[in-house]
Design a protein around this ligand. Structure first.
Ligand code: NDP
Length: 317
């Protein structure tokens, strides 16, 4: 039986692990199939404070893990198949590890960016294909960029990327945009954005060094077209990794775990959430790390009995 169990090892989970381990709470950290989380799929991280020359994403995550281990956090690897949160202690069924029991639980399983599943896409992540404008936009200064998607994320990313790009071409599979009117209006009034609507992405074209273009089908004519670019930003949404919870925790309409405003507390006493699994807005390594710290402090207080998390069945909307 563990005092605290942390599921997920992105910046939020590892920060929670550092704090809990340092507080002698001996956390057990369960690493999934993508140890280190989304940052391990990026190259250089230039906006994490404390690294004036930048740091490679995998190195940053390896450092955080080492720091947690130094204070006694224990790591195991395994896919969490299911959890039983109906009573404390909580029970987790972990692939290859059997049942694991804990007095408290921190969920930091992140969110996964959706990909299109077209040829050339996954092979060129970090070499021209990105799902994060804030992380990678800077690398495309004075270049032409394509953004794929028609939702609020795509509008926001396209607008943001005009700071760097000579031109941003927005490719959407339908003639209509899904984005809210205000976000559409903002993007439409930006004269650096050009519109390629009614076009289905078919293939990311690359030359071995990096991306050179995007092949699309013009749905009006049925013709294939090649749009030249060195950067393809995919903004078709994210999926929070909450499947294993099987509906036992309050989530918003997009599946993100709902936390009490200003804290990491979920609607179940003793269960805390941090990082992208509860953040549909900022999605940054530094905000995830900050919320991991909050989760550890909230969890510690809960274990000491100084917060009861008693606000009924459901969190306020
Ligand atoms: P959405 O689900 O709203 O939009 C996804 C977009 O990607 C749609 O245009 C969709 O096309 C397109 N798409 C999905 N799958 C594919 C595919 N396989 N091939 C091509 N295109 C595809 O996701 P967002 O991330 O934009 O937004 C998620 C939520 O977060 C929304 O509620 C949004 O309002 C919110 N948000 C708010 C922001 C803000 O207020 N500042 C900023 C960002 C997000 P189609 O329409 O044809 O289905």
């Amino acid at each position: 039986m563990y005092k605290s169990i942390i599921i997920g090892t992105g910046p939020s989970g590892l920060t929670a692990a550092i704090y809990l381990a340092r507080a002698n709470m001996n956390p057990l950290v369960i690493e999934g199939p993508e140890p280190g989380g989304q940052l391990t799929t990026t190259t250089e991280v230039e906006n994490f404070p404390g690294f004036p020359e930048g740091i490679m994403g995998p190195e940053l995550m390896a450092n955080m893990r080492k720091q947690a281990e130094r204070f006694g956090a224990k790591f195991i690897t395994g896919w969490v198949n299911s959890v039983d949160l109906s009573e404390r202690p909580f029970k987790l069924q972990v692939e290859g590890q059997g049942e694991i029991v804990g007095e408290s639980l921190i969920i930091s399983t992140g969110a996964s960016a959706k990909y299109l599943g077209i040829p050339g896409e996954k092979d060129n992540v970090g070499r021209g294909v990105s799902t994060c404008a804030t992380c990678d936009g800077f690398f495309f200064r004075n270049k032409k960029i394509i953004v794929i998607g028609g939702g609020d994320s795509a509008m926001e990313e396209a607008n943001f990327l005009t700071r760097f790009a000579t031109e941003v071409e927005l490719v959407n599979r339908r003639d209509e945009l899904r984005a809210s009117k205000i976000m559409q209006d903002r993007a439409k009034s930006n004269d650096k954005i050009v519109w390629s609507l009614n076009r289905t992405p078919l293939e990311v074209v690359a030359n071995g060094m990096g991306v050179t273009g995007l092949k699309v089908r013009n749905n009006a004519t049925g013709e294939e077209e090649l749009i030249e670019t060195s950067g393809v930003f995919i903004a078709i949404g994210h999926t929070p990794n909450t499947g294993f919870l099987n509906g036992q925790i309050d989530t918003d309409e997009h599946g993100y775990i709902r936390t009490k405003p200003g804290s990491s507390e979920t609607n179940i006493p003793g269960v805390f959430a941090c990082g992208d699994v509860q953040d549909n807005k900022y999605r940054q390594a530094i905000t995830a790390a900050g919320s991991g710290c909050m989760a550890a402090l909230d969890c510690e207080k809960f274990l000491e009995g100084s917060i009861t998390q008693d606000w009924g069945e459901s969190l306020p909307q």
